[in-house]
Ligand binder design. Structure first.
Ligand SMILES: *Cc1c(COP(=O)(O)O)cnc(C)c1O
Length: 411
């Protein structure tokens, strides 16, 4: 018998505290008064430079630049890759608003690519849409990485530069290669809800000296690029320094100080997320009406959020399930609502991107449920969440939605 009174009391947006070592480092920065990244003593890299060096080493990239946000990382990457106003940029339709926002910010036009049933970019649709585009901004939305061999082969053949949005895949790997290292440029976010938390922040990695020189100048380096320990030599700046505007999107030492101890703990945290994901997945397996996303063995993903699809649900059934789960403390996000709410923005809400209809994405968004799994949840919490969702989905599948619950159940 299921316990219909079981309730979950956790908070789906509660992250874990900033580690003590980060707090101590942040205090040292504040006491120094030197918060700006270029406010350095002779011979000092500062927290920002040290973070760049450490993140470059973590991802195996030659160069790394820390910036003000994930959105800024993508805007700078697009500009550094030479995207011009009015140019067409390919992008997944299934992503969050800052991604088409970055394309709009550089004055380019988004060409949206459809979504496969496993939530990754639809490579057949991508193949059809490469004409006239030079850049793909690939968003690994909700941590689903997709077939990077086929994607890179397709883009290489079509002469398309790939910029990866790794906001949900920091710490993930595909066939052993860190996410962000398949394309020319990898972009990451350190905003509170991502895998490292500095409130706001972003990171860019690349092996391309020209791209990194341009990105550094764009980020607002005041011609102090020699103070970038994870940047290229000064010769790389000679050409770009005359062409790149200063767009003021630097990271400061305070945020970098918060991030460095979190980077040291990133792999352990990623494993802890994925352990939580597996508990939810195990708890939901075989639930009537719920399709789980099977993860390929060579995708070392980070399970910081969980997705499940109700492909066959009758109209109203999903909203009903979301409401019944919410009443028991389980906060599901549904991407099918007609108005953008919180983080559930969908492509047809982005009128500035003039989207065409995308049947795969439409079907998916109408049926997709999503929840965060913050590390503040224990494995037992995750088992409770799965039990409640399974219980309510099973009742929904048996026609015991809200209408039936008006009358007392016959025992
Ligand atoms: C959060 C997010 C971003 C951008 O990050 P910000 O740091 O908030 O600008 C980009 N892509 C996706 C998919 C995100 O979720």
């Amino acid at each position: 018998m299921t316990d219909t009174t079981e309730r979950f009391n956790g908070n789906f947006t509660q992250q874990t505290p900033i580690p003590q070592a980060a707090e101590d480092a942040a205090l040292r920065v504040m006491r120094s008064g030197r918060l700006h990244r270029y406010n350095l003593l002779p011979g000092e890299d500062g927290e920002t430079g040290a973070l760049e060096r450490e993140f470059a080493a973590y991802t195996g990239a030659r160069y790394c630049l820390a910036v003000a946000s994930g959105g800024q990382a993508m805007q700078i990457a697009l500009r550094a890759a030479g995207v011009a106003p009015d140019e067409t940029v390919l992008v997944n339709a299934f992503t969050l608003a800052p991604v088409p926002g970055a394309i709009a910010a550089v004055g380019a036009r988004a060409r949206l690519v459809d979504t496969a049933p496993d939530l990754t970019i639809d490579l057949d649709d991508l193949d059809r849409k490469t004409d006239g585009a030079r850049v793909l901004l690939l968003s690994h939305m909700r941590g689903h990485v997709g077939d990077m061999d086929r994607l890179m082969a397709l883009c290489d053949a079509a002469g398309i530069t790939v910029i990866e949005d790794c906001a949900h895949t920091m710490g993930a790997r595909w066939r052993g290669v860190p996410s962000g290292r398949h394309g020319r440029i990898g972009c990451y976010s350190t905003q509170t809800y991502k895998h490292m938390n500095s409130g706001e922040g972003g990171l860019i990695v690349t092996d391309d000296a020209d791209v990194m020189a341009r990105a550094t100048l764009l980020s607002g380096s005041y011609m102090l690029h020699q103070r970038h320990p994870a940047g290229p030599g000064s010769e790389a700046y000679e050409g770009p320094m005359w062409d790149m505007p200063n767009m003021s999107a630097r990271m400061d030492h305070l945020r970098a100080a918060l991030l460095r101890p979190q980077l040291a703990a990133l792999d352990a945290n990623c494993a802890a997320w994925t352990a939580r994901y597996r508990v939810v997945e195990d708890g939901l397996r075989g639930t009537p009406g719920l399709r789980l996303i099977e993860r390929p063995a060579h995708e070392a993903f980070v399970g910081s959020s969980f997705q499940v699809v109700m492909d066959e649900a009758a109209p109203g059934a999903i909203a009903d399930l979301v409401a019944r789960c919410a009443a028991r403390g389980v906060e599901l996000k549904w991407f099918g609502a007609d108005r953008p709410a919180a983080f559930t923005s969908r492509y047809d809400h982005w009128h500035f991107a003039a989207p065409d209809r995308l049947p795969g994405t439409d079907a998916l968004l109408a049926a997709l449920l999503d929840m965060r799994l913050p590390l503040s949840f224990s494995l037992e919490d995750c088992a409770t969440i799965a039990r409640i969702l399974r219980d309510e989905a099973t009742r929904g599948a048996n026609g015991e939605g809200n209408a039936q619950r008006m009358t007392p159940a016959a025992e």
